[in-house]
Design a binder for this molecule. Structure first.
Ligand code: DGP
Length: 115
């Protein structure tokens, strides 16, 4: 059996995390190394998809739930406008292979580059 991902361990309470939202299928925690005033990771409970390509092909409705949660959190915790970033593959910056979206909000003018 493979080890649970860091996100599953946070979901299970083994590692602390700041939860901003949680349903039975999707949860959201603040990123440990924020790149914007609001930087949240939107994560499906299932670990079965390693990146957004697999998720979109396998369960598009779950991807739509992640996007809906992102929009809701951007409205609750930022000005409602947001970036949603999926890193796909190590060379593209992915370090955790349990699909997740980076929600960035309240981005300062001129600070889009670099992430
Ligand atoms: P990526 O590089 O796209 O796979 O994003 C992984 C993100 O996960 C990265 O921005 C940092 C974040 N992260 C890693 N470990 C932890 C942790 O223990 N807690 C939290 N809240 N975030 C973490």
């Amino acid at each position: 059996m493979t080890e649970p991902s860091i996100f599953t361990r946070i979901l299970n309470g083994e590692i602390p995390g700041e939860f901003l939202a949680r349903t039975d299928r999707v949860f959201a925690i603040r990123d440990i190394d924020p790149q914007a005033p609001l930087h949240v990771l939107i994560i499906p409970v299932t670990e079965q998809y390693r990146d957004v390509t697999e998720l979109a092909a396998g369960e598009p409705a779950l991807l739509a739930e992640m996007v809906a949660m992102a929009k809701q959190l951007a409205e609750e915790h930022a000005n409602g406008e947001y970036r949603l970033i999926f890193n796909n593959g190590a060379s593209a910056g992915q370090s955790v292979f349990h699909v997740h979206a980076h929600l960035l909000g309240d981005i300062e003018k001129g600070k889009l580059v670099g992430f």
